[in-house]
Each structure stands twice: as structure tokens, then as C-alpha cells.
Design a protein around this ligand. Structure first.
Ligand code: ADP
Length: 606
């Protein structure tokens, strides 16, 4: 047993020496004042443990040992002082207590070497008590404050407190129990407890990643959800930066933080006055760790500032912050693109508004004059003049249509579209739309109308719905430059009326589908780039259909053709499921759809 106790003593001493060396090395690699204090404390403790193993030490060595022991405690107090500065008086008192304790220690070593047990115990308490105050005050504070810290910092603070707490306990028990603990079992037990303090303290400043992961587990889900929200749903750069810095501070257990852009402008701060950021930015103190934000315009910075009780920012925190900063940079870029797109959209709306309203006046005047020319009201025209007037009239009408589209698109953006819905037969609207596009047909095109015999009653804005169908038909013809058959089918079923326009034209690629219904969205291919268009027709069509409770959908095979379907709610809901199941629905139940072919340039009325 005696041998076991000796081995335990040697092991403990070795453990503390290793701890001192490890902490000294860390400080050598990353020299911060706070870390320096903790390193000094542990190095002193290591020396005490090593010197303590020398049998029958000379007086000088005992005094040196006592001196180092007191200093080890005092450095823990200074470590705490780095985070919450002690008041002047408290600091003076601490120095006085240190001097007094060393004095008592020297007196003890010199005059009371062979004192009786009670006297030795009293002297021992007088020496251990100041050390315990130096160490105990910080650990109580650290423990209490750790509650407000994130998981990892909290656990680290508690490990540090617990480690030193164990040492205080061992020292007091050893001093008070005195001779009672001189038995091999007593020594073995106290040594083992002291030895336990070694890994506990070590883990507080260098926790293995597994431990950190375990500590973080409880918080991880919350942080992950928050990060996801942060990266995906932040509407603007500023909001994103504010949230990012809030979470950085929380994750790191810092007290404040800031985000700057490539020019050093402060994008957001948390727990710190933006005015102070500049000084931190210029000469960051050791309590600041920062990570670069790789932004398109250059390198920004995400930094967190160590708080009162977040003592050790190690390489783990730096790596974590760097990884987080990469995600934040990506999020900021996304927010920037979104903001830019919103600004562009805004510009587009402004442009549409301005251009359309400014053009409308002059075009109306030109239109008036052209029709006067055509009608001979401005004098007789020769053949060439009449031909020119005809072309001008057609072109002005095209321009007019374009302007109307632009005005409608601008109105839609501003929510200013009012739909004048009336109950009407959809077949009439479709027929009139077909009439509208007749001039576009040439010999290579065939337009087939497939309309039911019975009325298909819908409640819609007739003009707007005609425009929608007209656009689908004109697109079907326009995007079939090689010709082919365009069919226009009207059906009603289960409370929904459908106008299905099918062509055998160029079709639409898979990628093209995404731009089809967007404002100004055009899919330009070698076959279609010469075709005139604004990219507004389908955008308006879908928006207007939706405003009326319907929609436009599309199916297409590139190179083979496309089918656009306009759906609109029927005015009367079918009363019985039987009727709804037939292709005709209630209004057209039992009717046989009639196919009417409309050959080029010779409209056949239905
Ligand atoms: P516009 O025809 O004036 O360009 P639209 O909004 O009506 O604008 O159509 C948007 C784009 O969708 C067109 O530029 C064209 O690329 C594509 N598109 C529309 N209809 C068809 C169709 N029937 N076949 C192939 N492509 C089409």
C-alpha cells in the first residue's frame, strides 16, 4: 500500500508537470495575456508538484516551493482579473494577502518545522486559506456566469472551476486532517482526487472534439435550425448580417461581434457600439477572433469579441468561426443577388410605366393621322401612298398592342388591375380570338377549332380573356415557322373550362420552361430569334388567368410542338357527379364536339 501511495504521489506530480508543460506550450503558440495568466498558474503548480517529490528538501527549496504555490493561486486571480477587472482596492488587498501568506509560510518553514499537529494545522490553514481565496473567488464566479454561456463555453468554464475546486478540496482536507491522512490509504485517496483534477483542468482549455460535440449536442439542433432560417430566409443583406452576427456571438460564447464588408464598412453589430468597431478593426486585441467573408466585391470580416467569461478562444473556435463565415458569406451573396434582382424588377416596372405612358400619347396621335390618311380625309393618295398607309396602320396597331401589354404588366405589378367579370359563353371569346389571329395564318398553317355544341358558361372579363386566348393562338402560329396544324379545343369538365391550344412548332426545351411565364421571358433559339415578341404575353396571360381563378399550363416536346392549356372556372358548378364525369360537363353534357377547320386567310365561322 505504501508503495501504491508513492506511485500515486509520483503520478500526480507527473500529471501536474504535464499539465504545466501543455499549458506553457499552448501559451507559447498563442500568446494572449489571459492565457498567459492561466499558463503561469499551471506552470507554478507543476513546479510545486515536482519540487514536492524531492525528499527532505533544504529550507531554501521549501521557501521557493511555498512561494510558487502562492503565486499559482494568485495567477488564477489575475486570470479572472483579465476578464472582470478587480477594483483597485480589491487588487491591493489581494497583493497584501499574497505578501502576508508568503510571510506566514516563511515563518512556518523557518520557525515551526517541528510544530505540534494542532499548530501545524492552524499554520497550514493560514497558508491554504489565502490560496483558496485567490482560486475560489474566480471559480465561483466562473461557475455562476457559465449559465449564460453557450453549451461548449459553459462546460469549459465548469470544468475549469471543477478542476481547481478539486484542488482546494484536496488541500483543505490534507491540511485539516493532517496526520490522519498520512496513512498510505489516505495519501492514495487524496492523490487520486488531485490527479483527477489534471484531466478536468486540461479539458477546460483543450477539450477533445468528441467532448465538445457531446457538449454541443443539446444546442446543435437549435443552432442548425436557426442557421438554416438565417441563410435561406433573410430578406436583405443587412438583416442577414444582423442575424449572422447574433448567432456567431451565441455560438462562440462571445459578448459582442461585428460584420464588415470589403471596404471595412460595418454591416451589423451585436452587443457593441458600431463606433467602437473601428478601433477593434484597426488593431484587434487578443480577445477578438475574426474570420474572412469571401464576398464578390472583396473580403469582409466576421469577428467576435471575447466576453468576460469566454476566456479561451482556441483554434477550435477559430475553425468553427471560419466555417460559419463561409456559410454566412454565401448567404450574404444570395441576399445581395435577391436585393439586386428586386431593384432590377423595380426598375423594370418603372421603365414599363414610364415608357408605356409616354408612348401612348404620340402613338394615339399617329394612329389618328394614319387612319385619316387611309380614309382619304387628308387628300387623295396614289396607289403607293395607299399601300404605305396600310403598312403604317398595321405597324401602329402592333405598337399599340405592345404599349397596352406594357401598361397592363405595369398595372399588374402595382396590383392595379381590375377584372370586369361577366357571365359569357367561352366559345364566343375563343371564336373572336381566332378571328383576331386569322391575318397571321399563311398557306403553311391550318387552324382547327374544336368547340362543343353547347354553351360553356364562364364568369370572366371578356376582353382580357380574348387577349389571353389570342396570345396563345398567335404564339402557336408564330412559333411554328415551318407551318403545321394549330388546334384550339374548348372543353369543360368537373367545374373547369379549358381552352387547349396545340401546335406542331418548335417546342420548348426543359430549361426554357422556367422563363416561359416570367416578365420579358423569351426563349431565343436560332429558329426563333428573328421572331418579334416582348416576352410579356404569357406572363400577362397567366397572371390574368389567375386573377380570374384559373391558370395556364404547358406541355411541350422540343422540336415537336407545344400544348398550352388555359383553365377557367365554370360559371355553374355541375349538379351531379354523372354530368361531371362526361367530357362535356354540365353545360355541354352529351354534346359531340364539332371540329371546324379554319384554313389560312379564309375564316370559316362556326
Ligand atoms: P413573345 O411571344 O412576345 O415573345 P410570350 O410571353 O407570349 O412572349 O412568350 C414567351 C416565350 O415563350 C416566347 O418568346 C417563346 O420563346 C416561348 N413560346 C411561347 N409560346 C410558344 C409556343 N407555342 N411554342 C414554342 N415557344 C413558345
Amino acid at each position: 500500500m505504501t508503495q501504491a501511495a508513492t506511485v500515486a504521489q509520483d503520478l500526480t506530480a507527473l500529471g501536474f508537470v504535464a499539465l504545466g508543460v501543455a499549458m506553457g506550450y499552448r501559451w507559447y503558440r498563442d500568446r494572449g495575456r489571459a492565457q498567459g495568466m492561466l499558463a503561469a498558474a499551471l506552470i507554478c503548480l507543476a513546479a510545486v508538484a515536482a519540487l514536492g517529490r524531492i525528499p527532505n528538501p533544504p529550507l531554501v527549496l521549501s521557501i521557493v516551493n511555498l512561494f510558487l504555490f502562492m503565486l499559482s493561486g494568485f495567477f488564477v486571480l489575475l486570470f479572472r482579473h483579465e476578464f472582470v477587472p478587480l477594483g483597485r482596492t480589491a487588487l491591493y488587498l489581494a497583493y497584501a494577502l499574497l505578501a502576508l501568506a508568503i510571510l506566514v509560510g516563511i515563518v512556518d518553514v523557518l520557525a515551526f518545522r517541528n510544530a505540534s499537529a494542532p499548530v501545524a494545522a492552524i499554520l497550514g490553514v493560514l497558508i491554504v486559506a489565502p490560496w483558496s481565496i485567490f482560486v475560489g473567488e474566480p471559480i465561483v464566479r466562473f461557475w455562476a456566469q457559465s449559465n449564460s454561456l453557450p453549451a461548449v463555453q459553459k462546460a469549459r468554464m465548469r470544468f475549469l472551476s471543477a478542476g481547481f475546486g478539486l484542488l482546494i478540496a484536496v488541500l483543505f482536507i490534507a491540511v485539516i486532517a493532517g496526520a490522519a491522512l498520512q496513512s498510505p490509504t489516505g495519501i492514495l485517496l487524496t492523490q487520486l482526487v488531485a490527479l483527477l483534477a489534471v484531466p478536468v483542468i486540461y479539458f477546460s482549455f483543450a477539450p477533445p472534439s468528441l467532448l465538445r460535440r457531446i457538449w454541443r449536442l443539446a444546442e446543435e439542433n437549435e443552432i442548425r435550425a436557426a442557421l438554416q432560417d438565417l441563410l435561406i430566409f433573410s430578406p436583405t443583406r443587412r438583416v442577414m448580417a444582423e442575424r449572422a452576427v447574433y448567432w456567431a456571438v451565441r455560438m462562440m460564447g462571445a459578448t459582442s461581434g461585428f460584420v464588415t464588408d470589403a471596404e471595412g464598412n460595418v454591416l451589423a453589430t451585436a452587443g457593441i457600439d458600431p463606433g467602437r468597431v473601428e478601433s477593434l478593426f484597426a488593431s484587434p486585441p487578443e480577445s477578438v477572433i475574426s474570420a474572412p467573408l469571401h464576398l464578390t466585391e472583396g473580403q469582409g470580416k466576421l469577428a467576435v469579441v471575447a466576453g468576460t467569461f469566454s476566456p479561451v478562444f482556441g483554434s477550435e473556435e477559430a475553425a468553427q468561426l471560419a466555417g460559419y463565415a463561409n456559410a454566412v458569406a454565401a448567404g450574404l451573396e444570395r441576399a445581395r443577388v435577391t436585393e439586386r434582382m428586386a431593384a432590377l424588377e423595380d426598375n423594370k416596372t418603372q421603365f414599363l410605366n414610364l415608357a408605356s405612358h409616354e408612348l401612348r400619347g404620340p402613338v394615339t396621335v399617329i394612329r389618328g393621322y394614319v387612319s385619316m390618311l387611309e380614309g382619304g380625309l387628308l387628300g387623295d393618295l396614289n396607289d403607293q401612298g395607299r399601300k404605305a398607309a396600310g403598312v403604317m396602320a398595321a405597324k401602329v396597331s402592333e405598337m399599340n398592342e405592345l404599349i397596352e401589354q406594357m401598361i397592363e404588366a405595369a398595372r399588374l405589378e402595382e396590383g392595379g388591375v381590375t377584372v370586369h367579370a361577366v357571365e359569357i359563353d367561352l366559345r364566343d371569346i375563343v371564336r373572336s380570338a381566332a378571328e383576331m389571329v386569322m391575318p397571321m395564318l399563311d398557306a403553311s398553317h391550318k387552324l382547327e377549332m374544336d368547340l362543343p355544341d353547347r354553351r360553356v358558361r364562364v364568369r370572366v372579363d371578356p376582353d382580357r380573356t380574348r387577349t389571353i386566348v389570342g396570345n396563345l393562338l398567335s404564339n402557336a402560329i408564330k412559333y411554328s415557322p415551318e407551318g403545321g396544324t394549330v388546334t384550339c379545343q374548348v372543353r369543360s369538365r368537373a367545374g373547369v373550362a379549358r381552352v387547349v391550344v396545340t401546335d406542331e412548332g418548335v417546342g420548348i426545351s426543359r430549361e426554357g420552361m422556367a422563363t416561359l411565364f416570367t416578365r420579358f421571358g423569351r426563349i431565343l433559339t436560332p429558329e426563333t430569334e428573328h421572331l418579334k415578341g416582348t416576352g410579356l404575353g404569357l406572363f400577362l396571360g397567366r397572371q390574368l388567368a389567375r386573377l380570374q381563378g384559373g391558370d395556364i399550363t404547358v406541355a411541350s416536346v422540343e422540336g415537336k410542338g407545344s400544348t398550352f392549356t388555359l383553365q377557367l372556372p365554370l360559371a355553374v358548378v355541375p349538379p351531379s357527379p354523372d354530368a361531371a364525369s362526361s367530357d362535356g360537363g354540365h353545360e355541354v353534357a352529351g354534346s359531340t364536339p364539332r371540329v371546324v377547320t379554319m384554313p389560312a386567310k379564309s375564316p370559316t365561322s362556326d
